[in-house]
Design a protein around this ligand. Structure first.
Ligand SMILES: *[C@@H]1O[C@H](CO)[C@@H](O)[C@H](O)[C@H]1NC(C)=O
Ligand SMILES: *[C@@H]1O[C@H](CO)[C@@H](O)[C@H](O)[C@H]1NC(C)=O
Length: 372
């Protein structure tokens, strides 16, 4: 008993001592923890405030996505051609029409990309090309590509709403919305497909997607970190998705990875201005269920569309006084320069830019400004 008492007293004393010394340390710690807490709370509050401020621009919050609908967009219907002018092309109406929606924007690669795509689409029977160009005016050069293809088309000028020009603004949404709007008002049946101007698409895929009842899906190559994005098929049904950026999406798929039957396009169907979530939110807005998805491309075992991309070309500015090139000798050359500028592959400026040279043989170079 005595020993035990002694021990207890010692422990008590030790505890007391220890507690005291700890208390002073604890006090200073407490103070710095409190300060830290305050800073932390302030930081959280500040972050919340800032996110509310900026996210509202991206339409992540519900009240702002409602506001999106009221933002005035100045779309312009440039030209509609319902005639299939292609010779030897089956235009029998028993085939469902495919509405191929292409958002595009002016850049040096625009016309070559559209030309290449037009050469694919020209092989597809019963197709209507809806091109929505991201600029306020109707582009003459874009219309020329459409005209030359002989494909029925709709040409829309659909500039981004002014409000959304800055920040992380998703490209192509205003265009796709404008195209969807045109389809809603003018089309009752057919198949809808979103194909960018830089995608490569196998002709086989068109005949497969034509049979879409609600929403069909298929793999897209050259995308994300996995090389391919695709639904995973088990017993002919979608069992999951393979996409390097799940992003908490119900349908983690690429824009080029699905087709929709227009009869299934509900009035609630819409695409938000949220980068990375355009496809998913659109599919969700259709009320799509995973079990409704129709897998194509041999149960998603084949890649029939790719996300090819042209390397960006920096548009040069050339210092050329075009109005000074009036002589017969350089008439054709002046026309070529005008065409280059018209197709958006170079800017011609009379006062600044690279001074271009003309060569006559391997040795003689002459500045364009000298010869005028
Ligand atoms: C179908 O093709 C024929 C022959 O080329 C043409 O006369 C007709 O206008 C076309 N129909 C449509 C709807 O484009
Ligand atoms: C896809 O898979 C289902 C179930 O295994 C099978 O019945 C069907 O024939 C397959 N389709 C194709 C095009 O291979």
């Amino acid at each position: 008993m005595e020993v035990l008492y002694f021990c207890n007293a010692k422990i008590k004393a030790f505890k007391k001592f220890n507690r005291n010394s700890r208390c002073t340390i604890f006090d200073t710690r407490m103070r710095s923890i409190n300060l830290f807490k305050k800073i932390f709370v302030m930081a959280i509050l500040l972050c919340t405030f800032l996110s509310l401020l900026f996210w509202s621009d991206l339409g992540i919050l519900n009240f702002t996505s409602l506001a999106v609908k009221t933002i005035p967009v100045k779309n312009k219907l440039c030209y509609v051609s319902m005639n299939d002018e292609r010779i030897q092309m089956n235009n029998k109406t028993d085939l469902k029409m495919i509405y191929y929606i292409t958002p595009t924007y002016p850049r040096p690669e625009q016309i070559p990309e559209l030309t290449r795509l037009s050469h694919t689409l020209m092989h597809v029977p019963r197709i209507h090309w809806v091109i929505a160009d991201d600029q306020p005016t109707c582009s003459e050069v874009v219309k020329n590509v459409l005209r030359k293809s002989g494909i029925p088309f709709t040409h829309i000028a659909s500039p981004k709403p002014f409000h959304y020009r800055s920040n992380n603004f998703p490209r192509g949404v205003a265009n796709r919305r404008a195209a969807l709007d045109w389809i809603r008002h003018n089309v009752r049946e057919g198949i809808l497909y979103f194909g960018d101007d830089d995608n490569t698409i196998d002709l086989e895929l068109f005949e497969e997607m034509r049979l879409t009842k609600k929403v069909s899906m298929f793999p897209v190559g050259l995308i994300g970190g996995y090389g391919v994005s695709s639904p995973i098929i088990k017993d002919g049904k979608v069992a999951g998705f393979f996409d390097s950026w799940p992003g908490s999406r119900t349908f983690p798929v690429d824009m080029a990875g699905f087709a929709v039957n227009i009869e299934y396009l509900t009035s609630t169907a819409s695409m938000p201005y949220i980068a990375g979530h355009e496809e998913d939110k659109f599919l969700v807005s259709l009320g799509l269920k995973i079990e409704d998805i129709e897998p194509l491309a041999d149960n998603c075992t084949k890649i029939l569309v790719w996300h090819t991309r042209t390397v960006k070309f920096k548009k040069p500015t050339l210092k050329i006084k075009l109005d000074k090139i009036t002589g017969e000798t350089y008439k054709n050359f002046a026309d070529l320069i005008k065409e280059t500028s018209k197709l958006g592959m170079a800017t011609i400026d009379s006062t600044s830019g690279t001074k271009p040279l003309i060569t006559y043989d391997r040795k003689t170079y002459e500045s364009l400004t000298d010869i005028l």
